[in-house]
Write a protein that binds this ligand. Structure first.
Ligand code: 7GP
Length: 819
């Protein structure tokens, strides 16, 4: 390697932060990179030119970061995730390199408005929800706290579907984030790997005592890398997000083409490319299909080949792998990596099984994101055997070692053996990916204190008994750059005025704001910032939906994936009850509220889609009823995504975090709202429990059953019918929904949904209803004393700094990665 460093060479254009020079650079990119004249440039061209200028400013740091990691023999962290919900990147990058004012000025000298072109950047939706967004926050935090890290994932051509409403029903449309190209990424043709599927395994060195196994795949595709730089706060470090795209080995079968079979000639090529075409839209439910397993193996194999190649470039062999490499599995989607690592080490690099196993376990760690039993991935044995025959052999070998150890050393009984086995034998035999991830890793972490304890008691109880040192907690966090500084510049400015800039580098310094909660003048300014954010949301809703909402009403917001356990239905039933109450008691002083909902449902999730329709049906009736005009409105905003969240989060007065206790692993939306000065109404679930500890019981409204109570009610059986009969409000709300008050065009539309509450109430909607309604009236009472409300909201912002993903990442780094 030579020592030439581009940064040391003379450059044609100085990387100045002078707006005039940057304006010239933008024009230079427009002219020479995009080939457009200033006179005919479209807003998209300006966007691309600006991104290219920003990207160039990041590249020197990027190379420096890579060189530094190499020179210092630093440990590298690899975050393997099938989802990275990164959203828009330009504002993030500009703000992190500290050039917001300069670029704004440069553009405006060219007659271009930064906000307008920023709004054109596609929202990269390469994820479904919490798990994918967490990966994006982690990428930014790893760069910020200076950890050499790579994110590995898939470059889906179509990210999460676009949600449209047709008569209140969700309709899914394809999303095309790459339509205008992607100026952030670098195509790396040289970083390509072959990925195999199917075929057979040959043994070399005798059938009885084989020395080596060789997998002969029947199909092959190429994985090609696309790199996106991820810049940390103040440009400290730039890491790489490497996304794999599938390419055919032969772009066209010319022989077939020449023989007239034009479609057949492209069949292979289409098949290869379809591998990375779409993101499965399932959230907290397994996608289940063969194509999904192919995606999982494809990106796992490409990533591991890349990791091992990079290691061998720097070190003589793999004994140092656990000291120099940490691979974090983001849920079980990349769990097949464990078998692929074993295959590469043993079959390709010639290591002994036991040595390879030590290295593998020392290198991998696994994060679990859900306890929902239906969400735990498993694959039918025959499918794995057909698609990945060598990996299936390795599964059996790992399983044999583990079960023998459990039986002989730990004296485990049949029932425990059944539960720790990699093979689920209840019914069709399936490989349990959670058990594989657990057994192949030295660390298994949950994402909130409660969730981690429940992991030990439920899904992984027996594996925890076998390996009691492995489970640990890493409570989730959010990046304060995107979720405070960028999405809420008004609040950021106000906080800087009050306590200075320290919190920008260390979110926990926000505690200095606490004393301002008692300062009436400050509270007023804080409330004024909130009001302006609400006006912005009101304008968005007016523009997009033609609905007018009053920014002086309480903005009550529930935004997240639609799922029964998240209980949008509880919120809707309470909305109907409130509607009834307001109409029955018009003489009372009701707090004006706007209830906002947004979120996508998995296309195959029937009840979730019905809940969206219910929200829209209820909205139509309530919003057209003069009896509640000015007091209650319901708005379901279509196509929830990161960019919409960036508008809604700063505008919330009340944050709805009302999942059935024990079911939301952590939640991260809860953190975003509280940081931006919303009050939370929530259950003792996920990270809400720790938020309560941090903000204090006076500053959060907690209600409902505990996880323990839910488990007990489910085990012993509870009687929802009796509960419903005892609550007049609840009975009335349920029967009006069930009887078609909100669906006159199809009176039985919601009968089944409501029957579920009467008959089993698995999600404790009836069981928690009264507590929830009481909590809502408590919220009204606090709101009616605006001084008290604002004191609490300031305290929320002041006390939420601990939930920065910088803190989370530091904990991963010291306790798991030792990086
Ligand atoms: C989510 C959890 O539902 C949420 O509570 C948590 O905050 C988030 O992960 C980040 O840890 N899980 C998923 O998004 C998901 O798809 C299935 O889980 C694997």
């Amino acid at each position: 390697m030579n020592n030439l460093n581009a940064a040391d060479l003379p450059r044609p254009a100085p990387r100045s932060s002078n707006p005039e020079i940057m304006a010239a650079e933008i024009i230079e990119r427009l002219t020479y990179r995009i080939g457009k004249d200033v006179k005919v440039a479209k807003p998209h061209d300006w966007l691309t030119a600006t991104i290219l200028v920003v990207r160039d400013r990041i590249i020197d740091k990027w190379m420096e970061s890579t060189r530094k990691a190499y020179a210092n023999n630093s440990k590298r962290v690899y975050y393997l995730s099938l989802e990275f919900l990164i959203g828009r990147l330009m504002r993030d990058a500009i703000s992190n390199i500290g050039l917001m004012h300069e670029i704004r000025d440069a553009l405006s000298s060219l007659g271009v408005d930064l906000d307008v072109i920023a709004g054109l950047e596609p929202d990269a939706a390469l994820g479904n929800g919490g798990l994918g967004r967490l990966a994006a926050c982690f990428m930014e935090s790893m760069a910020t706290v200076d950890i050499p890290a790579y994110g590995y994932g898939i470059r889906y051509v179509h990210g999460l579907f676009r949600q449209q409403m047709a008569d209140g029903w969700q309709v899914e449309l394809p999303e095309t984030w790459l339509a205008h190209g992607n100026p952030w990424e670098f195509e790396r043709r040289e970083s390509s790997y072959e990925i195999g599927f199917g075929g057979s395994v040959e043994t070399i060195g005798g059938y009885e005592d084989p020395q080596r196994f060789v997998w002969k795949p029947a199909e092959r595709v190429i994985a090609m890398a696309y790199d996106t730089p991820v810049v940390g706060w103040r440009g400290t470090r730039v890491n790489t997000l490497r996304l794999w795209s599938a390419q055919p080995i032969d772009p066209i079968l010319l022989a077939a083409f020449n023989a007239g079979d034009h479609i057949g000639a492209l069949r292979e090529s289409n098949k290869a490319e379809s591998l990375t075409r779409v993101l499965y839209p399932a959230d907290a439910t397994p996608a289940g299909q063969e194509l999904r397993l192919r995606q999982e193996f494809f990106f796992s194999s490409a990533s591991l080949q890349d990791i091992l190649r990079r290691h061998l470039q720097q070190y003589p062999d793999f004994t140092s792998l656990p000291d120099k490499v940490s691979i974090q599995l983001n849920d079980t989607h990349p769990a097949i990596s464990i078998c692929e690592m074993m295959r590469l080490l043993c079959d390709v690099h010639g290591l002994e099984f036991d040595d390879a196993w030590k290295i593998t376990q020392g290198t991998f760690s696994y994060t679990n994101h859900t306890l929902l039993p239906e969400a735990l991935e498993s694959w039918p044995v025959p499918l794995l055997e057909r698609l990945l025959p060598r990996h299936m052999q390795i599964v059996y070998a790992i399983n044999a070692n583990t079960l023998v150890y459990a039986r002989k050393e730990k004296k485990m009984a049949d029932q425990q053996i059944r539960s720790i086995s990699l093979i689920d034998e209840g019914g069709e035999r399936r490989v349990r990916m959670g058990n594989l991830a657990f057994i192949g890793s030295h660390s298994i972490n949950g994402v909130s204190a409660l969730h981690t304890e429940l992991m030990k008691e439920t899904v992984f109880a027996d594996l925890h008994g076998l390996y009691p040192d492995r489970i640990n907690n890493k409570t989730n966090g959010i990046t304060p750059r995107r979720w405070l500084m960028q999405c809420n510049p008004g609040l950021t400015g106000l906080v800087r005025e009050a306590i200075g800039d320290d919190f920008l580098d260390d979110a926990e310094k926000l505690t200095a704001l606490d004393r301002f909660a008692d300062d009436a003048g400050f509270r007023e300014k804080f409330a004024e910032v909130k009001r302006l954010n609400k006006v912005r949301l009101a304008n968005t809703v007016a523009q997009r939906m033609g609905i007018r909402v009053d920014p002086s009403a309480m903005f009550d917001i529930q935004i997240k994936r639609i799922h029964e356990y998240k209980r949008q239905l509880l919120n809707l039933v309470e909305t109907v009850a409130l509607y009834d109450q307001i109409r029955s008691h018009p003489e009372l002083e009701w707090v004006p509220r706007v209830k906002f909902f947004a979120g996508k449902a998995a296309p195959s999730y029937h009840n979730a889609k019905l809940i969206i329709k219910l929200a829209n049906d209820i909205a139509r009736v309530i919003n057209n009823d003069p009896a509640v005009r000015g007091l209650l409105k319901v708005v379901f905003i279509p196509n929830y995504n990161v960019s919409l969240a960036e508008i809604m989060v700063p505008a919330a007065d009340l944050s709805e975090q009302i999942s059935t206790a024990g079911m939301e692993a952590s939640g991260t939306g809860n953190m975003k709202f509280a940081l931006n000065g919303a009050l939370t109404i929530g259950t003792l679930d996920g990270a809400n429990v720790e938020m309560l500890e941090h903000v204090g019981a006076d500053n959060i409204v907690i209600f409902g059953m505990t996880a323990e109570e839910v488990a007990k009610a489910r085990a012993e059986g509870h009687n929802p019918r009796a509960i419903i009969e005892q609550s007049a409000e609840l009975s009335q709300a349920l029967s009006s929904i069930a009887s078609g008050v909100f669906s006159p065009d199809d009176r039985s539309r919601f009968a089944g949904l409501i029957d579920g509450i009467y008959n089993s109430d698995w999600f404790m909607v009836a069981a928690d209803f009264d507590a929830y309604a009481d909590a809502q009236r408590k919220v009204d009472a606090i709101w009616s004393d605006q001084d008290s409300w604002n004191t609490k909201t300031v305290r929320n912002t002041a006390r939420m700094g601990w939930f920065s993903s910088d803190r989370t990442i530091r904990q991963y780094a010291t306790e798991i990665w030792r990086a």
